[in-house]
Design a protein around this ligand. Structure first.
Ligand SMILES: Cc1ncc(COP(=O)(O)O)c(C=O)c1O
Length: 348
């Protein structure tokens, strides 16, 4: 006998990328940033650890953080809500907008968590396959059955491809529901969809500190949405979903845009070398606007994944219905990518 609800019993649960504790790998499997975060982050957090403030609850409305994020994006703080990583924001959005039997839609290959979130709500998950140009247009979503949410990772994971704000705006116009533009990798792209939140009443943008800001371990993200939506979402979130340290650290990180710009440039430069090297081996690599590349075709992904693992290099092997397994490789430091390319050359 199970005490779980039937739909919970029926689901597999989200399986995150491997986080090995027992062995040292060159870790290129979960799109972490290889560089240490801005020094300003530790400087902002240290006094909190030392002066006894942790005995108090954090600010439930993350006032200072929201002020800093609002300034960066040119909106009022009432347009921002913070969360325990952007996964927390995605959970809050799903719980707010979809219930049992409702349709949640997304494009595939995409971020696997969206389906898990739909399963948790006992909602139905409907998938639109990406066409070859990796752009979802109004014509692709006309067959959706009254969806409540459409999740679009942009830049997309695992492809790294991006749709322009104009294209996303057209998609929003065609959808009868909330379009959540997941910009977890937005810091690596040269365009973003924040302006669409102002121009389109059904667009919400989510962001994270885990990738561009090198703070995956801190667990903080946020969304930009219209104030009336933020008010409703505040009812769904845990009161204290962001702790005092992460709020202080993320606020300092946001204010150090020089760090972000310099680090992003390093990632872009290394990404070009990585993509060129992997393409030489025969992989088909869509142009990446994120901190990883997606390698389809070419040498068999399963075997290459295993051979790299034997050499202590971890990449992500991913399988999607109707496609051959493929490799998603995070952009590491120059040295890490040199070692990866050398190993790939030997294996292939
Ligand atoms: C597309 C996408 N969205 C959201 C997330 C979650 O990021 P966070 O660490 O902020 O929860 C990830 C993490 O890999 C991601 O790839």
């Amino acid at each position: 006998m199970s005490y779980f609800q039937n739909h919970i019993d029926a689901m597999t649960g989200y399986v995150p990328g491997e986080q090995p504790r027992d062995r040292t790998f060159i870790k290129l499997n979960t799109n972490e940033n290889p560089y240490s975060p801005s020094q300003k982050v530790a400087e902002a957090m240290m006094p909190i650890l030392l002066d006894g403030r942790l005995r108090l609850y954090p600010d439930p409305l993350a006032t200072e953080f929201r002020q800093a994020a609002a300034e960066l994006h040119g909106v009022e703080p009432s347009w921002i809500m913070s969360g325990n990583g952007s996964d927390d924001i995605l959970t809050i959005l799903t719980r707010a907008f979809a219930g049992p039997g409702d349709v949640i839609a997304s494009a595939q290959p995409g971020y696997i968590l969206y389906e898990t979130l739909a399963e948790l709500q006992n909602s139905r998950f409907q998938v639109i396959p990406f066409p070859v140009n990796w752009k979802i247009g109004p014509e692709h979503v006309s067959g959706l059955k009254s969806p409540k949410i459409f999740y679009l990772a942009n830049p997309n994971s695992p492809s790294g491809t991006v749709m322009t704000p104009g294209e996303v705006g057209e998609l929003a116009d065609a959808l009868p529901c909330q379009l959540v533009v997941d910009e977890a990798y937005g810091d690596f792209a040269t365009t973003n969809c924040i302006s669409l939140v102002k121009s389109h009443s059904n667009v919400i943008v989510t962001r994270t500190f885990s990738k561009g800001y090198s703070l995956a371990g801190l667990r903080i993200g946020y969304c930009v949405a219209r104030p009336e939506l933020i008010q409703g979402l505040n009812k769904v979130k845990d009161s204290y979903n962001c702790d005092m340290l992460s709020l202080a650290g993320a606020t300092a990180a946001l204010k150090d845009q020089d760090w972000l710009i310099a680090t992003r440039q390093k990632i872009w430069d290394t990404r070009s070398r990585l993509a060129a090297g992997a393409a030489e081996l025969g992989y088909l690599i869509p142009e990446s606007h994120a901190n990883f590349i997606w390698c389809e075709g070419g040498p068999p992904a399963q075997e290459v994944y295993a051979a790299l693992r034997d050499r202590d290099i971890l990449v992500r092997l991913m399988s999607y219905p109707g496609r051959e397994p493929a490799l998603r490789i995070t952009v590491g430091t120059d040295h890490q990518i040199d070692l990866l390319l050398k190993a790939l050359g030997e294996i292939v």
